[in-house]
Design a protein around this ligand. Structure first.
Ligand code: NAD
Ligand code: MG
Length: 401
């Protein structure tokens, strides 16, 4: 890995998506270890008040809001407070921030395909990238992994399942399951809030019900994805790119307690699992400290209280999104970027009351069937596929209203 110019033992961390669920958990872990980590920069969309509060609390060198008006207001308010936090002028400076020589670690926790460009900038600069933004890998997996290898970046999965798999694989694993005796990856899924809801009621479930995840507290988009099982579909694709396997190598197992975060089965019959309370501070702490471990203030598991752990197969009729994701990965080219963009538009429409929950998979499937799959050779082509799919999904949305 390319050496950072910052050789201090205190690691400088840039947080992309600092005002979100993962961003807040990251700041919580960092605050527990001021001797090890400092906040170098904070990036978010438009949450002015929260960003201002984070700036005053963590004194980063830089803060950036994507929304230009909010950014201007942030600059103004920081000045009023005599704060030394700098707010870069334009969006083009965001990439420079990600590649800043003083940055050691970048937490990539922007939601959606919007996270791809800055995350890639950090990868290209050879940073340690803590990857929560699974959409980067879903939309541009092949190119993304090539960039990681070319830049010698350290890519550490933060998604709890992938962090678990990373912990269960041998330390020497470099995308070669057979030579490591790895037989199968078991990707666990809670099943979401509608696991047992009668299928005919899925047409009338509300956004409030969909975001009320039984075990995890997360942002709204990923919560809806968890309810539709698209999240597991995106994670299946994410796992294929991260660990260099095909979808048939990964078995999705519903595990309602969300205590086993995923498992790896070996040829000798061993199955290694990573367990813990459903709290994202565990994978975040592991990503920050790897290969060491640090305190994360996570409630320890109480096995006696837990009593039992249950497992079942996913119901693909109830949750077609998982099938759509696996199919898109097999098709390749622009199919996964199309899947992701269609899903982002569909979820947004559902959250805004413009689409029924049960219509999310039908809308995505129609878009996947309609749009021609093209080969992807550059990031610009990924963005182009993303734009085309968003437009097509928006147009079709009118027919669903
Ligand atoms: P969230 O909605 O709570 O937060 C999203 C963050 O991204 C916010 O800070 C928002 O301001 C920022 N953002 C959105 N669009 C932006 C843009 N265009 N430019 C700059 N910033 C932008 O989402 P979350 O739950 O924290 O999830 C973040 C990512 O992590 C997602 O990709 C999600 O799939 C992944 N993830 C989350 C969890 C979880 O427990 N929350 C677990 C695994 C993976
Ligand atoms: Mg996950």
């Amino acid at each position: 890995m390319e050496l950072s110019q910052n050789t201090s033992t205190v690691k400088q961390v840039l947080i992309l998506g600092s005002t979100g669920s993962i961003g807040l958990s990251t700041l919580d872990v960092i605050a527990q270890h001021p001797d090890k980590y400092q906040v170098f920069g904070l990036v978010a969309q438009s949450s002015l008040d929260l960003m201002l509060a984070q700036c005053l609390r963590y004194s980063p060198k830089y803060a950036f809001l994507q929304n230009a008006t909010s950014r201007q207001q942030l600059r103004h308010k920081l000045k009023e407070q005599n704060s030394a936090v700098e707010v870069p002028e334009s969006e083009s400076e965001l990439d420079q921030l990600c590649a800043h020589p003083d940055v050691n670690y970048v937490m990539a926790a922007i939601v959606g395909a919007a996270g791809l460009k800055p995350t890639l900038a950090a990868v290209r600069a050879g940073k340690r990238v803590l990857l929560a933004n699974k959409e980067s890998l879903v939309t541009a997996g092949n190119l993304f992994m090539k960039e990681v290898a070319a830049a010698g970046a350290e890519l550490l999965p933060i998604d709890s399942e992938h962090n678990a798999i990373f912990q269960c694989l041998p330390a020497t694993y470099r995308g070669q399951p057979a030579t490591c005796g790895v037989k199968k990856i078991l990707l666990t899924a809670s099943g979401g809030p509608f696991r047992e809801t009668p299928i005919e009621q899925l047409a009338t479930v509300t956004p409030a019900q969909a975001v009320a995840h039984p075990n995890w507290s997360m942002g709204r988009k990923i919560s809806v994805d968890s309810a539709s099982l698209m999240n597991k579909g995106l994670e299946l694709i994410e796992a294929c790119w991260l660990f260099n396997v095909s979808p048939s190598f990964v078995e999705v197992v519903i595990h309602p307690e969300s205590v086993i975060h995923s498992m790896v089965e070996y040829v000798d019959g061993s199955v290694i699992a990573q367990l813990g309370s459903p709290d994202m501070r565990t994978p975040i702490a592991y990503g920050l400290a790897w290969p060491s471990r640090i305190e994360a203030s996570v409630t320890p598991l109480d096995f006696v209280k837990l009593g039992q752990l249950r497992f079942e197969s996913p119901d693909l009729l109830r949750f077609p999104c998982l099938r759509l994701a696996a199919e898109a990965f097999d098709v390749g080219g622009s199919a996964c970027a199309t899947l992701n963009a269609a899903n982002e538009v569909a979820v947004d429409a559902f959250l805004n009351g413009n689409l029924r929950f049960s219509q999310i998979p039908s809308l995505i499937e129609q878009v996947l069937q309609e749009i021609e799959v093209v080969a992807i050779g550059s990031i610009d082509e990924v963005f182009q596929a993303d734009r085309i799919a968003r437009l097509e999904t928006q147009n079709r949305l009118a027919e669903f209203l």
